[in-house]
Design a protein. Sequence first.
Length: 158
Amino acid sequence: MKQSVKFTGFIVLFAYLCAFNAQARDNTYFLPIQNVLETSEAKERLDGRVKFYFADQPHPAVEATLKSGFVIHKRARAYRSDWTDEESENDEKGCIRSMLTVLRVFQAHAIKVGGNAVVNIESYFRNNVFRSNDQYECHAGGSGSGVILRGDIVKLKE
């Protein structure tokens, strides 16, 4: 009898885990950086004291590198009120929120350590690098959207 109850419990747990995994998703998006920078929230919260240079975008000469290979990972969820659109549109809203949060953390840390720019910014999902001057990588699933960026916090010559 005890063995039958344990076996039944195991089967129920196994079925639950299989059902949960079947619903999991991980959609990858490569989205325009400019769409994030043009939002009203970006214009309000990114105050211009710190400049952002993605991949190999040209920038003034580096006076000092203050933090090399600094990695930021942030997740965001599209709010339920946003869920009237298609899934990919909701994912993109979450991706924009995640990307903006990463940029805000970069900005705050750069200011804290005396930097005025973040250069060589690249997406860094699962230690895989995606470098682009105009796109970032975002992964979206049932738990929200996530962006991981890596960059160098520097003081540029003025």
